[in-house]
Design a protein around this ligand. Sequence first.
Ligand SMILES: CC(C)(COP(=O)(O)OP(=O)(O)OC[C@H]1O[C@@H](n2cnc3c(N)ncnc32)[C@H](O)[C@@H]1OP(=O)(O)O)[C@@H](O)C(=O)NCCC(=O)NCCS
Length: 245
Amino acid sequence: MDFLALRVTEADTHWVTAWSQVLDADELARADRFRRSEDRICYIAAHALLRTALGAATGRPPASLVFGRGSFGKPFLPAAPALHFSLTHTDRLTAVALHTSPVGCDAEPADRSVEEATFSIMSEEERAWLLGLPTAVARQRAFIRLWVIKEAYVKALGLGLSLDPASYAFDLTGDAGILRRAPAGYDGTAIWRFGAEIFGETHTVGLAVQGRPELPDGSLPREISAGMVAAAASGGSPLQLRKRA
Ligand SMILES: CC(C)(COP(=O)(O)OP(=O)(O)OC[C@H]1O[C@@H](n2cnc3c(N)ncnc32)[C@H](O)[C@@H]1OP(=O)(O)O)[C@@H](O)C(=O)NCCC(=O)NCCS
């Protein structure tokens, strides 16, 4: 299991050319459609991180990777279908999780403001738990943790927006998340590992992984530098990944 994160700042503009080398024409066209330059840079960084990580995992040149898309838009590699991965990019952070079983990740700014009316999108039991927390700050933090775990889970399942967030429920009263109620039609007894942690004080990062992989850093990603991704994208040292069983 690998979980990597790359922080993106305005100062990273000079890496964009190196990162862009591994993107395909579709990705470059999508990058150009972002109106805000920081979103464009974050998208390019995300896809360079994804491609260099997958390149290291498959031993193929990052630029040569061709993606397929599942019914709900989940990307996969037809040339390496047993390699599961998930990508998230948001507000100056991008992260990629790779594993040999289904995996999903999500990141949100830790201080994102949340109207309590939004709690109504969650399941009844999650909403009751959130509303029972003692302070507005505790409720906001708990909502973001719940959100990233739920999003990571639906991304691991490949379902994206097709699944109503109220149709399944997590219990986050302990450190790790527990899936209390699986969505209809999904195996509630399958073993998963879930986590939602604050990463570097700025973001809350969620991870959902099927099975019980060893995670030396808990459920936190390992930070990769902009230069390491640029070097790997330019044909230099590949990103270093953990050995797979
Ligand atoms: C598609 C979706 C999963 C993306 O999530 P997001 O938070 O907007 O964006 P992220 O940056 O975290 O993830 C985007 C990446 O997810 C991947 N992705 C797209 N569709 C996916 C799917 N069906 N399953 C898994 N991953 C998917 C892609 O790699 C995408 O990156 P790209 O657009 O640059 O290629 C999202 O639109 C969605 O459906 N969210 C579920 C909403 C929800 O019910 N949340 C429950 C929380 S309460």
